[in-house]
Ligand binder design. Structure first.
Ligand code: ATP
Ligand code: MG
Length: 423
């Protein structure tokens, strides 16, 4: 069992307050998984029998209802925001038929309240459907065999893979993320279906896919996730440009850069660094288009049209995901600042550039993977990641189930606009 001391005390308090009003409340999703695997949860999802209005009444000014169709409550403790949702159930086939869809594509978010068991069964994988009550010594509720699968490292669909993946193709991606993150294995039938239905990811809401990509960037498993996508012949549907160059020298550089960033992230190197993540993928593609073999040549004498080529590379890389202009623009600036590192005279000006710290980081990743002499970094002030992360207040949701959200335990990136912004 999970010792209560391992659970964030604010979460214990939040759940206890719901209990005192006679509601059920549990931790669910990734946090339960991580607690059981002895990892530090990055955020907590909470599920309850209370309706959003009841939660708001209880937590008063601490709480804010968000979302239009998919309503949930953000409950704030100091600077941390926890997402509290009400038990829901899968819609019936009839309800599904009569429901409008999100920008014309398949959508998972449904807002029919249900009971605890229905809520467990509408979830995607057994390891994601465990409910944990951290109060009174702790209690795990497992309707779907999630504990056993977690122990054996198996990603098993709740229900029939073909049906549930067709219902929401984002699950194809989510299954593989679990494999990459925890070294789990896809259950046989699920593995087969993932491979067969990969192309249907094109039907998923783009804003949700973009959210999932950001979540990949935020964890230190970027290159592993891409590798799993490729093994399952999914990368060609999700990020075709990355897939196309995977085995070429551009792909090799990209993988090395991603792996180096993952390693630094795993060591707690930096918070979110999405523009850096994007730059590590886009730089090799841009170099390839510029027909520059060695990144050193680019840094020494960037071709005249480099800015435009980099910009286009970033755009095509992520097409058709709705990446905010600020993020792609900043990632381009990060790359275009690289040549400055060979021109120390420009240092005073360059270090004041808002993207300097990420350019420094990209350059330092290059020095590492290209095995350049470390003296090349000498004199350049190290990247400053700013003060410890502030938890950002939750923001309103846009249309996608997962869009525009920020949750408890997640930190605001120190770099402000663009990078932290999900939309
Ligand atoms: P992470 O560590 O990335 O946050 P997570 O499993 O908590 O992983 P979330 O996106 O936070 O992922 O979702 C929380 C929970 O909501 C999941 O564990 C799962 O039970 C449920 N869920 C999320 N997306 C889907 C989906 N597309 N279909 C069914 N259930 C889903
Ligand atoms: Mg989660």
């Amino acid at each position: 069992m999970i010792p209560e001391t391992r659970v964030n005390p604010q979460v214990v308090d939040l759940i206890s307050r719901l209990h005192r009003q006679g509601f059920e409340a549990y931790i669910v999703g990734g946090a339960v998984r991580d607690l059981l695997l002895n990892l530090e949860p990055k955020d907590y999802d909470i599920v309850t029998s209370a309706t959003p209005e009841e939660v708001r009444r209880l937590f008063k000014r601490q709480a804010r209802i968000i979302g239009r169709r998919f309503r949930l409550v953000h409950v704030r403790y100091g600077s941390t925001v926890y997402e509290v949702s009400t038990f829901r159930r899968e819609p019936t086939p009839e309800e599904r038929r009569t429901r409008g869809s999100d920008d014309g594509v398949v959508l998972w978010s449904d807002n029919q309240y249900g009971n605890r068991e229905q809520d467990a069964r509408r979830r995607d994988f057994t390891v994601n459907a465990l409910f944990y009550d951290p109060t009174d010594g702790g209690r795990m509720i497992d309707y779907v065999g999630g504990m056993a699968d977690l122990e054996e490292g198996i990603v098993r669909m709740i229900g029939e893979p073909a049906v549930r993946l067709a219902e929401d193709p984002v699950r194809i991606l989510r299954a593989q993320k679990l494999v990459a993150q925890y070294d789990f294995t896809l259950e046989h039938e699920l593995a087969q279906t993932v491979r067969e239905q990969g192309a249907s990811i094109g039907l998923a809401s783009r804003s949700r896919l973009y959210e999932e990509l950001l979540k990949i960037f935020d964890k230190p498993f970027t290159v592993k996730t891409m590798a799993v996508f490729r093994e399952n012949r999914f990368l060609c549907h999700f990020l075709p440009e990355v897939d196309r160059w995977w085995d070429e020298s551009a792909g090799l550089l990209m993988r090395h850069l991603m792996a180096a960033r993952d390693r630094r992230k795993a060591q707690g190197g930096y918070w979110k660094s999405r523009r850096l993540a994007l730059a590590t993928i886009a730089l090799p593609l841009a170099l390839q288009r510029l027909e520059v073999e060695n990144p050193r040549d680019f840094i020494e004498s960037p071709p005249e049209d480099a800015g435009k080529v980099v910009r286009n590379a970033i755009r095509e890389l992520l097409e058709p995901l709705p990446i905010p202009k600020a993020l792609s623009h900043d990632a381009k600036d990060v790359i275009m600042l690289l040549p400055a590192f060979f021109r120390k005279k420009q240092m005073n000006r360059v270090v004041r550039n808002p993207q300097y710290r990420w350019a420094h980081e990209l350059f330092s990743l290059l020095v590492e993977v290209m095995e350049w002499p470390s003296e090349m970094l000498e004199g350049w002030p190290p990247a400053d990641y700013g003060p410890p992360p502030l938890r950002s207040p939750g923001r309103g949701r846009s249309r996608g189930r997962r869009s525009g959200r920020r949750r408890g335990g997640e930190s605001r990136p120190p770099e402000g606009r663009g990078d932290g912004a999900t939309g």
